[in-house]
Design a protein around this ligand. Structure first.
Ligand code: TRP
Length: 364
């Protein structure tokens, strides 16, 4: 079976380092591996509207921001199809049929949805579209017969729900849909990069993000202000690695090759950690090291972004072409789904034939 990737992001803000190590970097590597027959990367505006329906302007503006982030990290529109969810009406149609296969109690049990409901104070009144977005996400994935979905771990419940829908559809109707698998980040630090303040997650509302589009000066300021170890007051004090955001970022970004260039007193991260724990390494030193690594990582991303920013019309053209290509695939799947569900009345001559045969039997 050919390997197909589908994944996406909600366009609710610019993408940050958490998105980058959690998923974007992996997508580019998968794209460049040549192992996948198709890669589809979706800007999930319809899903973003399920909890931002009262702020369409925000979603509209961020479509371009996310598209620029995609292109600047190295997703290549000649290899990967970049498209916008709302422009593929087949996804809404698939969702409508899949809703029959999912109970309301199952939707309430989805742990990611549960925590999002709490976060957004939706307890008293949950928009139905929001409660059902995992079903629409199953449509996103299955419309393209995706085998692999590179995502962060918070998306595992969505994948599980999609797999359940696939199994149910295939067993009730006909073997049509493909069960997808999640591709998680390999490295624990990448799985959930904390904010610069050491809080569990980068989040726009907490103001603790480093954005891919931040200027070098801005990134430097943010790194120098990062949370480290509140007990590490003097350089000679022993320092803690656990819970120290700078070290978590180093776990996510640092490679041995960075030492000769940026910190030649050590050969690898274990040595640096060992010295820091023992005492004798200052926070400014580790922050400057981290800054060098991050700036090196972001520099080609910034360069590509600048190029694309010179011609925004061409970015919209890339998205438009992507939508067209994505739609062709989704249409094929929808046709198969409708045939499996026997709602393909005008493509099925046997319907006419069966009636004629019955009539001729009766009249003879
Ligand atoms: N739920 C994802 C997010 O919060 C976005 C998304 C929508 C998605 N549809 C998808 C991810 C399909 C992977 C596959 O960012």
């Amino acid at each position: 079976m050919s390997k197909i990737i589908l994944t996406g992001d909600r366009p609710t803000g610019r993408l940050h380092l958490g998105h980058y190590v959690g998923s974007l970097k992996r997508r580019v590597a998968l794209q460049n591996s040549g192992e996948y027959e198709k890669l589809l990367i979706m800007i999930a505006d319809a899903q973003a509207l399920t909890d931002n329906f009262d702020n369409p302007e925000k979603i509209r503006q961020n479509i371009l921001e996310v598209a620029l982030d995609y292109l600047s990290v190295g997703l290549d529109p000649n290899i990967s199809t970049l498209f916008i969810q709302s422009q593929i009406p087949e996804l809404a149609e698939l969702t409508f049929y899949y809703l029959n296969l999912v109970s309301v109690s199952r939707l309430y049990r989805n742990p990611t949805v549960k925590s999002e409901i709490q976060l957004r104070n939706f307890e008293a009144s949950i928009p139905t579209g929001f409660l059902c977005y995992p079903v629409s996400q199953a449509a996103d994935i299955t419309a393209f017969k995706a085998t692999s979905v590179p995502v962060g771990e918070d998306q595992l419940p969505m994948l599980e729900q999609a797999r359940e829908i696939v199994r149910k559809f295939n067993s009730i109707y006909k073997e049509t849909l493909v069960e997808p698998e999640a591709l998680l980040p390999e490295n624990n630090a990448c799985m959930r990069l904390p904010g610069t303040d050491g809080k569990a997650k980068m989040s726009k509302s907490l103001g603790n993000c480093i954005y891919l589009a931040d200027s070098p000066e801005c990134v430097y300021q943010k790194i120098m202000g990062m949370f480290t170890d509140p007990l590490h007051l003097k350089i000679s004090d022993p320092g803690h690695i656990e819970g120290n955001a700078v070290f978590t970022y180093l776990d996510a970004f640092c490679e041995d090759r960075h030492f000769p260039e940026f910190l030649p007193d050590y050969t690898n991260l274990d040595e640096l950690k060992e010295h820091y724990s023992r005492g004798g390494v200052g926070d400014v030193k580790i922050k400057k090291f981290l800054n060098n690594i991050i700036q090196e990582e972001l520099s080609p991303i910034r360069k590509r972004r600048k190029e694309y920013e010179k011609d925004i019309a061409s970015v919209y053209d890339i998205l438009k072409a992507g939508c067209k290509a994505a739609r062709t695939i989704a249409q094929e799947t929808l046709d198969e789904v409708k045939a499996a569900m026997q709602i393909n009345y005008f493509d099925d001559d046997s319907l006419i034939q069966a009636y004629m045969d019955k009539n001729s039997l009766l009249s003879s």
